[in-house]
Design a protein around this ligand. Structure first.
Ligand SMILES: Cc1ncc(COP(=O)(O)O)c(C=O)c1O
Length: 263
């Protein structure tokens, strides 16, 4: 965030924090979403996030103007919460002030979220235990690069455990590695391919190359080709984790032995 702020201040930019994966995380001791310099911070409660409401999310504001505008936009551009129409003090009239969206959060989702939020610190603590256990279980595997777990200053919320492989050491590229793990009944994710290689952006940048640095984004591409994320959620057991790491070792050993046979 310091680096983002350095750039923002240099160019007079606003900062909106995408905290979709950072529920409960801290930066230099402050909870994400708690920096009043940011215009807003957005969170996702999609089912694979650290807490969920099925779908939906939340926005934390430090700017009243944005808050009232977004509150209006989330419900058809109507300037007041719909439920007040039916309250004693409410007027039955609705007035649309601008074209808005149907992007309101349901009461049912909010009820689920209130329970989830109470469990969030516990969920994140359990994720942290599993994250560190993965690091420990794989510290001797030279063929993989392990993620940084953060330090006391930066409270990681352990949303994903993203591993990068050395394809040249394993003898498999990432996609073949993911497929071999699937054969062992281990499902993994790819978080993420860099945005600029997705078809729409690739076509856009091909048509407008001036918006990309001349040599592309080689670090993003390098990581994007090597990464995969391992199963990680609070309900994962130590036995599950041992199976994941056992499968990783097996896939590497098999690929290396196949390479030796070929040689
Ligand atoms: C970093 C990031 N930003 C934004 C989103 C979008 O969240 P939602 O699906 O709740 O709109 C996600 C969800 O995967 C995300 O990981």
């Amino acid at each position: 965030m310091d680096e983002i702020w350095r750039i923002a201040e240099k160019h007079g930019l606003w900062v909106i924090e995408d905290a979709a994966q950072a529920m409960g995380a801290r930066y230099k001791g402050t909870k994400i979403g708690g920096d009043p310099r940011s215009i807003m911070s957005v969170y996702s409660f999609h089912p694979n996030k650290n807490m969920t409401t099925g779908e939906g999310g939340a926005i934390a504001f430090f700017n009243d103007e944005f808050e009232s505008r977004i509150k209006r936009l989330r419900f058809h551009g109507i300037d007041r919460d719909a439920w007040k129409r039916f309250a004693k003090e409410g007027s039955p009239h609705t007035e649309v002030f601008e074209p808005g969206r149907k992007a309101n959060f349901m009461d049912l989702q909010a009820a689920m979220g209130l329970h989830q939020i109470g469990k969030l610190d516990g969920f994140n603590a359990r994720r942290g235990v599993l994250f560190h256990r993965y690091l420990d279980l794989m510290k001797d595997i030279d063929e993989v690069m392990l993620p940084w777990p953060g330090d006391a200053d930066h409270g990681h919320c352990f949303h994903l455990f993203v591993l990068r492989i050395h394809p040249e050491k394993v003898g498999l590229d990432r996609d073949a590695f993911v497929a071999a793990l699937k054969e062992e009944n281990i499902g993994t994710g790819i978080h993420y391919r860099p945005a600029h290689v997705h078809p729409w952006y690739r076509d856009f940048y091909t048509a407008h190359p001036q918006h990309l640095p001349q040599d592309g984004l080689p670090h993003s591409e390098w990581s994007g080709e090597r990464l995969l994320s391992l199963p990680l959620w609070p309900g994962l057991t130590e036995v599950d984790q041992d199976q994941v790491v056992g499968a990783i070792r097996q896939v590497i050993a098999r690929a290396k032995s196949a390479a030796r046979t070929m040689a």
